[in-house]
Each structure stands twice: as C-alpha cells, then as structure tokens.
Write a protein that binds this ligand. Structure first.
Ligand SMILES: *Cc1c(COP(=O)(O)O)cnc(C)c1O
Length: 410
C-alpha cells in the first residue's frame, strides 16, 4: 500500500488542530465576538460563558477548581509566570532574601532560561542531574531542599525523550517540606491522567497546540488552597484572571483549547492504547531490523507516543536529509551556525556522536499503521545505505575497537 507523503511524525513539536476543535472555534470569530470582560451586554456574557466552560474542562481534567486556571499565551508564558511569579512574590515580601529554586538539567528552555534570568536577579538555582535513563528521584529533590527553597520545578514528561518523572513522589517530598511544586506538563497533559491533589502539584503549565488545539494559547494551574499560591504577575493592566495575567482573553483560542481538552480526556484511555501500540510496533521493527540502535530514555516510563533512538555510526542530519518525506526531529539543535548535540541527551550521558545520531519520532492522533511501516522501511533502507558509505562502520564490521584508535590531531 502506498502512503501519502510527507508523513508527520513530530507531534511533540506541535499538532494539527483537530477539525472538531476548529468547528467549535469558528462561531467565536464572527458571531460571538464579545469581550469576555464586557459585563454590560449579551455579547460579553456569551463570551464569558464560553470561557468558563473551557475553564471547567481544564479543571475537570486535573481534578482542580475552575478558579485555579489562569489563561496564558502558551506554556512558555505559563512557565515564566509560575517561576518568576513565585520568586518575585517572595522577594517583594522580604527585601534582600535570596530565594532558592530547584529544577533539572533536562527541562525545557522555557524553564532553564527563566531560571538563568532569576540567577541574575537575586535568586539561587540548583539544576539536578538525571540518570542515564533520564529519570530523577524524589530523594534527589529532598536532598537539594534548603531552608531558602521556595519552589521545585520538574517537568512531568520530557519533550525530547518522553520520559515521565515520578511526579507524585516528588510532589509529596515538596509538600512535606512546605516547598511549592511546579510541573511543566505540556507534553503529558491530555495524554496521561493527572490529579493535582493526589500528586501534590501546586502549579502546572499546559499548552493547547500539543493536544490538537490552536497555537498561542495555554494555561497555568495555580492552587488556591492548602496551600494558597501567591504570584507576582508578569503582565500588568486591567487585573484579568484574578490579577495573575492581564489582557483581553483570546476567546476563540480558549474555546478551542477547552474542546481539545474535552476530546483528549474523553478518548484518553483508548487513544493512548492505540498510539502506544503504533509506537511499540515502530520500536520493535527498528530494534529487530537494525544493529547498534539504542532507545534514549527508560522505555517503560515513556509517554505513549514518544520514541527517541540513536543510530550509532550515522550522522543524524544525514539521516534526516535522507528521510526528507518524513517530518521528525534530530538530537542536534541548530544554534546559529553550528549544530549542538541535544543537551537533554548529553545530560543522560550520551557522547556527542550518539546524541547527534538520534532521531525523535512522535506519534499522534492521525498517525496510521501504514505510515509507521513506511517509516520503518525507510529507516532500514537508509541506515543500511549510510553505514555502507561510512569508514567508521567498516572498521566496526572488521572488529576494530574505535575507542582504541589514536586519531590524528585535526
Ligand atoms: C512545547 C513545550 C513548551 C512550550 O510551549 P508553547 O506553548 O509552545 O510556548 C514548554 N515545555 C514543554 C515541555 C514543551 O513541550
């Protein structure tokens, strides 16, 4: 059977908007276009009602209260609001204190860059290492807590590898020590069950476009009781969203986000099983058909749709180039002119070569078995071809230990 190309296997980067989500959004552009903050007429009331419905969908999916949901422009903003919001609130209350934040080296740049910023603005940050499997432990977090610690921020699941952290255990440690716990759940929300009470989560970041909603809208869960979380707002003006985040609400996108969340929650069990079945099939074929390939991240702790694999003795970029009709990501990040190996994979102990030779394949709602088989076929063909062209591969085949070679200086 022929499949239509290009094939999209990069659902962790973004998703197509589900047509049902588009249908839900459309009337809010031209018919129900009121400002949700307009209290004096039905246009405003209709918009506010729609926003409230969406808020309730998110809250229900987290076992939270709708009052605990703050709309943002996406998870990058949610992460900024959570981390700067907590730290700056503490700083505003006690002149001269240096609040301490704990996070991990494998976090998204929206966390790491925010922490770097705070280090230049009167805060201290501890970056916890991860194991070769990409996992952290609650014991590591407990050991890093000091009397100055105000916030722990650990992502629910990693965007590059799909590794899911022991969130409830980490949350429990934080609650016992009266430290706030934030989690960037952008990859996990809508895909695995999340209960903010059972997991002791105080702040949680979400984004619509990773779950078949529109780009440019997200939310932050902010616990209101036991404990009540206080944030310094990052955007001022008008006091929308209980003062947490001012600005006229993007009603069509919020409606779309709510519908995307409803669809994700209602189909979660069935959809996860289907997507994981495809992912396992792709994994099994790649492992059976290629030598010297390694899964990055603890396979039994992955999100259902993630697969990150290193193909030793191949440049990831050459493989990407050969797989032009398949949309996926490599373990190399283009920073200006140079190709940097993924900091996430390097933190898991991979050398530059293996990090560069990795591919992230992420499967989603619209992926078919035919597409997955096409990808496995193409991988087998190109991996074989590229290795046949590689002098390193020839040496490996001849049984030469590459680590024993004294390379000439270059
Ligand atoms: C995509 C992503 C973000 C950024 O979300 P935006 O809504 O695009 O700003 C943050 N964290 C993680 C883990 C992500 O996967």
């Amino acid at each position: 059977m022929t499949v239509q190309t290009p094939i999209y296997l990069d659902y962790a980067a973004t998703c197509p908007v589900d047509p049902r989500v588009v249908d839900a959004m459309l009337p809010f552009f031209t018919q129900m276009y009121g400002n949700a903050a307009s209290r004096t007429h039905s246009f405003g009331w209709t918009a506010e009602q729609a926003v409230d419905n969406a808020r309730a969908e998110l809250a229900r999916t987290l076992s939270a209260d709708p009052k605990e949901i703050t709309w943002t422009s996406g998870a990058t903003e949610s992460n900024n609001l959570a981390i700067k919001g907590v730290v700056e609130y503490v700083q505003s209350g006690a002149e001269g204190t240096r609040p301490h934040v704990i996070t991990a080296v494998t976090e998204h740049k929206a966390i790491l860059d925010t922490c770097k910023y705070l280090e230049r603005h009167g805060a201290d940050v501890t970056y916890l290492p991860v194991g070769p499997d990409g996992l952290l432990t609650a014991e590591q977090v407990a050991a890093a807590i000091t009397p100055a610690t105000v916030l722990v921020s650990i992502m629910f699941a990693n965007n590059e590898t799909g590794v899911v952290q022991p969130i409830a255990e980490i949350g429990k440690v934080c609650r016992e020590r009266s430290v706030l716990f934030h989690t960037d759940a952008t990859q996990a929300f809508g895909k695995v069950p999340i209960d903010v009470d059972a997991m002791f989560i105080d702040l949680l970041s979400m984004s619509a476009h990773k779950i078949y909603g529109p780009k440019g809208v997200g939310a932050l869960y902010v616990r209101r009781r036991k404990p009540r979380v206080r944030l310094a707002p990052q955007i001022h003006g008008g006091g929308h969203e209980r003062g947490n985040r001012s600005g006229t609400l993007n009603v069509p996108s919020i409606v779309g986000f709510g519908e995307a969340v409803r669809l994700a929650r209602e189909s979660m069990a069935e959809e996860s099983a289907r997507i994981q079945g495809l992912r396992d099939h792709l994994h099994d074929r790649i492992m059976a058909e290629n030598e010297h390939v390694f899964v990055n991240g603890a396979y039994d702790h992955l999100l259902p749709g993630h697969l990150n694999i290193s193909f030793a003795y191949i440049e990831g970029e050459s493989l990407l180039m050969a797989l032009k009709d398949i949309a996926l990501s490599s373990g190399s990040a283009c920073t200006s002119a140079s190709l940097e190996p993924s900091y996430v994979l390097k933190a898991m102990g991979l050398d530059d070569e293996l990090a560069h030779s990795s591919l992230r394949m992420t499967i989603g709602r619209f992926t078919t078995r035919e597409e997955v088989d096409h990808v496995a076929d193409a991988l087998k063909r190109h991996v074989t071809r590229l290795r046949e062209m590689s002098p390193l591969w020839e040496m490996v085949q001849d049984g030469i230990d590459l680590n024993s070679i004294q390379w000439a200086a270059h």
